[in-house]
Design a protein around this ligand. Structure first.
Ligand SMILES: [Zn+2]
Length: 427
């Protein structure tokens, strides 16, 4: 297939060029002006529409897809821990196999509609642990997206619950990757995991050559709990238990010191910044000026990376940073590099031999769009309403604003019924 006359935009490095792309199989085969179609080859005339690499959500919770509009708890939560206890831990306990599958389908559809092609998911469903990751993979692959999945291990549901979580991570990793899906070892957070639990998680990462995906210092309570338990900070505690290296995903890092961030970077960890979630939970502002190897995550609010990038930018501006535009762009680029490392593919490129993970946007800028002013268009102009088509590994998962892999109307109708039943179980 030839994508003719698109305005090709890359972020790493920033480039803007009007040219053609040939897609063959799951990859880009050729890039250049006026490509000639082979016999029977399909030609899609883009007439200048923007073509951009698919974006990466480095931390989400697909299980929260059925929480939108959910009635709040009777008494409003007074702290971060109360938000977890009164909202999210009641929700995840009420999830069953059907609602996990529908959450995966709804989240993946919304990701495709937002131009997000890879999801790093952190899953919890304590009443349906065994097989939950395979269920989620089935749903995300049916829509056609890439994902890196793990089960959020925690001590909060007793030792049985903890062991079930570790077993689920092991079973999923043991099943091996597919072309679209990888696994990690999921851990909730330092403040809900004993030393023994951390050691068991570390053994799982070592046994499968994998890494941990964990919330770190999201709220002060995690840092204070860690000092009480170990006399050290969260990064040090993870390091002591062998969980810091090999591409560990440390999410939030709101209350880490500059030294702790340096140790995390030196160990090879990735940091994930979730600005909208941090604002929503009023946990504080992450020290992003000291973030180096970092990406953006939505923490389950939605799957919209353009919205998250804009919030990151505005948060950094509000903190007085003059370099916020470049820094927000660097976080989107970080996501592409992170996903590229996990899949062993040059994600984020739009030239020969790159995987065909891309988004077509109906964006007709009212001002010139150039390599130099690309951050201005990304942060002030583009949003998910411009997403016309989304391709993953050479296959359109969204084409001309229609989801191709599943019947979206039917999925959403079933999701609305499942959400009502889920909210009743929680009450
Ligand atoms: Zn999270």
């Amino acid at each position: 297939m030839i994508l003719r006359q698109g305005t090709l935009v890359t972020l790493d490095p920033p480039t803007v060029e009007r040219t053609d792309l040939r897609i063959e199989g799951d990859s880009v085969a050729e890039r250049g002006p006026r490509l000639r179609p082979g016999p029977g080859e399909e030609v899609l005339d883009l007439e200048g529409a923007l073509v951009m690499p698919g974006l990466v959500n480095a931390h989400t919770h697909l299980y929260s897809a059925l929480a939108r509009g959910m009635p709040g708890p009777g008494e409003p939560p007074g702290s971060f821990v109360e938000i977890l206890e009164k909202v999210w831990w009641r929700l995840d306990r009420a999830l069953d196999e059907a609602s996990v599958r529908l959450s995966g389908l709804v989240g993946a559809i919304e990701a495709a509609r937002s131009g997000t092609t890879t999801l790093f998911d952190h899953h919890a469903s304590p009443s349906f642990v065994e097989g939950s990751l395979a269920t989620l993979r089935g749903a995300v692959e049916e829509v056609g997206l890439r994902s890196v999945l793990c089960y959020e291990t925690t001590d909060r549901n007793g030792l049985g619950g903890r062991d079930a979580g570790i077993s689920e991570n092991r079973a999923f990793l043991g099943g091996g990757p597919t072309s679209l899906t990888r696994g990690m070892v999921g851990a909730h957070a330092s403040f809900t995991l004993s030393d023994e639990s951390l050691d068991l998680l570390a053994r799982a990462t070592a046994d499968f050559g994998s890494a941990v995906h964990v919330h770190v210092a999201e709220d002060r309570c995690d840092v204070e709990d860690c000092r009480r338990r170990s006399g050290a900070g969260v990064v040090e505690r993870l390091r002591e238990h062998g969980l810091l290296g090999n591409g560990a995903l440390l999410v939030h890092c709101v209350h880490l010191t500059t030294d702790e961030l340096r140790h995390a970077h030196d160990a090879g960890a990735w940091l994930v910044h979730c600005p909208r979630s941090n604002m929503n939970n009023a946990v504080g502002r992450a020290p992003t000026a000291a973030f180096r190897r970092a990406a953006l995550g939505t923490d389950g609010l939605d799957e919209d990376m353009l919205a998250e990038a804009r919030a990151a930018f505005l948060g950094m501006r509000d903190a007085g940073r003059a370099d916020a535009g470049g820094a927000a762009l660097a976080l989107l680029v970080g996501g592409l590099r992170l996903a590229g490392a996990f899949f062993g593919l040059p994600l984020g490129r739009l030239d020969a031999a790159a995987p065909a993970d891309l988004v077509v946007l109906d964006y007709r800028p009212p001002t010139p769009l150039t390599t130099e002013n690309l951050p201005g268009h990304l942060l002030f102009g583009l949003d998910r309403s411009h997403v016309r088509s989304t391709m993953v590994a050479g296959r359109f998962v969204l084409r001309d604003r229609r989801i191709t892999g599943v019947d979206e109307g039917d999925v959403f109708a079933r999701a609305r019924r499942a959400a009502e039943a889920l909210w009743r179980r929680m009450a």
